[in-house]
Write a protein that binds this ligand. Structure first.
Ligand SMILES: Cc1cc2nc3c(=O)[nH]c(=O)nc-3n(C[C@H](O)[C@H](O)[C@H](O)COP(=O)(O)OP(=O)(O)OC[C@H]3O[C@@H](n4cnc5c(N)ncnc54)[C@H](O)[C@@H]3O)c2cc1C
Ligand code: SF4
Length: 489
């Protein structure tokens, strides 16, 4: 029987995006995508490398065109595609008359999410969705009860990092060896740059999986060697150990090289066999069937206007040093190191994204929509669907609480507790006024002062606002931070 041809976008590269291994496929490499916006050089490399490796595995040549339409016009048989991951791509495939199948690469079906969300009054909390997903997919359940008797083991996690060693005692991820496909990608990107296509960030050896084999090797290694320490140090930051015990697999999931459910089952097996503690396993599974799926569904559930929300009144443009990933312009040790991580590898883990980059942008009142675009372009795992809720809702509170109960704003004390940055910094995390005033600490009070009218009814901030009222130097802090503005701190 003749099969439909399956169009595989560059984030649909695993075997689960085909019905049969010999199904005819269409793979397209569109140069116009890179002309439109300046992506991180290593992200462009990873995506092209993954697409070309998949084409080689399937024994086909990807179409190399400016835009998708000419490639689609060459197809003679009926063409179908698994639901694309952005509104723009969904619009495109519909316009081109391609049959759209249900999405793959996520855990909960759209209709189940919609039923769950439509039944809620008020905010859509991740924790509720996650518990529902555990039950629905029978993950870490002992009958009707959560394994170990608790849904959430966060209280056992969140330990500060081991400061004396500066590194976590955990096996490093298996290294990646570039091949001739990577050499071809690098040569093409050099040529494109010479032609005037702009990138951000530095080039470097490919650090993330581009093939299913590389992704599976990293996943199995993570489950066996790194997962036990994942939970306790999930929120810690170390200057010399950016990965700690994180999986580093987000790009592999988002390219579609791994299916989240296979990782979830391996993690659960590790718990059941006693190879990893429940706190780590529950923490990891929460990220995948909870957070990852939740932000995917919210992208579609909220309308397109959500991406432009700015409920906190943030209207300052992203400063040039931040946009250009100019870490050398920054003296604040935490921000400089995290920005250097983005510049040098297009990846830092969750807490630097939320509590350093996002926190600083929130405090300074930078436009959320510009920040969404920046995260999307600058991170190897950045995609519109994953960015919108994470940045607009979670990190910038620009939706005024449709996702989270309070803004993720914090002063230097949090960063000092959870990292080894402050002892090597020219600023003092305890000081809010004067030449040594930590820009995060002073910025935190100035932020509360500036936005108190919008936050006044928030019970979770009542104590912080009372503390603000007791500060006798808040006027001076306000002036100092107005003067600092968006300059590199
Ligand atoms: C401001 C901000 C921007 C972010 N941008 C992205 C992004 O562009 N792409 C992206 O994949 N993640 C994004 N995240 C979520 C999270 O920070 C990354 O998924 C994670 O740091 C990737 O590293 P890891 O693979 O080692 O994750 P681990 O800590 O090992 O977690 C395991 C997996 O869980 C998933 N996951 C965990 N948290 C989230 C989340 N909040 N949203 C979606 N998936 C999650 C990822 O697939 C990740 O690989 C963002 C978070 C914030 C606060
Ligand atoms: S003192 Fe402030 S700016 Fe310096 S590392 Fe600590 S939190 Fe960052």
């Amino acid at each position: 029987m003749r099969m439909n041809r399956r169009w595989l976008f560059a984030d649909q590269l695993g075997p689960h995006f085909l019905d049969r291994p010999d199904q005819p496929v269409l793979l397209v490499e569109s140069k116009a995508v890179f002309r439109r916006r300046a992506f991180h050089r290593q992200k462009a490399h990873l995506v092209l490398s993954a697409l070309r490796h998949r084409a080689a595995e399937l024994g086909v040549e990807p179409h190399r065109t400016e835009t998708y339409a000419p490639a689609v016009r060459t197809v003679r048989e009926p063409l179908e595609v698994c639901h694309p991951t952005s509104r723009g791509a969904r619009e495109l495939v519909r316009r081109l008359g391609v049959t759209v199948l249900p999405p793959r690469g996520f855990v909960t079906a759209p209709r189940d999410f919609i039923a769950w969300a439509d039944n809620r009054r008020g905010a859509l909390r991740m924790e509720d969705f996650y518990r529902d997903a555990r039950r629905r997919h029978d993950v870490l359940m002992d009958g009707a009860e959560p394994a170990g008797g608790r849904w959430n083991l966060d209280a056992d996690n969140r330990q500060p990092p081991p400061r004396d060693t500066g590194r976590l005692d955990v096996a490093p991820q298996p290294s990646i060896v570039e091949d001739e496909i990577d050499a071809g990608v690098r040569a093409d990107l050099d040529r494109w740059e010479a032609e005037g296509i702009a990138f951000v960030g530095r080039d470097g050896p490919r650090a993330f999986p581009a093939t299913r084999e590389e992704a599976l090797t990293r996943l199995r290694h993570f489950i066996r060697h790194r997962l036990p320490l994942f939970g306790p140090y999930e929120d810690a930051m170390l200057r010399d150990d950016p990965f700690l015990a994180h999986s580093g697999l987000s790009a592999a999931f988002n390219l579609g090289l791994l299916d989240p459910m296979e990782a979830v089952r391996l993690a659960e097996d590790a718990y059941r066999s006693g190879a990893a503690p429940l706190s780590s396993v529950e923490g990891f599974i929460r990220q995948l069937i909870g957070w990852r799926d939740y932000v995917w569904h919210l992208y579609w559930y909220f309308d397109a206007g959500y991406a432009t929300f700015s409920g906190m009144g943030a209207n300052r443009p992203l400063p040039g040093w931040f946009a250009a990933l100019d870490a050398d312009a920054v003296e604040a040790a935490c921000l400089s190191d995290v920005l250097a991580g983005v510049r040098d590898r297009g990846w830092v883990h969750h807490i630097p994204r939320l509590m350093v980059l996002g926190n600083y942008a929130l405090q300074r009142g930078w436009r959320p929509a510009e920040l969404v675009d920046w995260f999307h372009r600058s991170f190897v795992d950045g995609y519109e669907w994953v960015m919108t809720a994470n940045v607009v809702g979670m990190s910038q509170y620009a939706d005024l609480g449709r996702m989270t109960t309070k803004p993720y704003a914090a002063g230097g004390a949090y960063i000092n507790r959870m990292s080894d940055y402050c002892r090597g910094c020219r600023y003092d995390p305890r000081t809010r006024l004067g030449v040594n005033a930590c820009p995060f600490t002073a910025g935190y009070w100035a932020f509360l002062d500036r936005t108190r009218g919008r936050l006044a009814g928030n019970a979770r901030l009542a104590q912080a606002l009372r503390q603000l009222d007791r500060l006798d130097d808040v006027g001076l802090v306000r002036e100092q931070e107005l003067a600092r503005g968006s300059r590199a701190p």
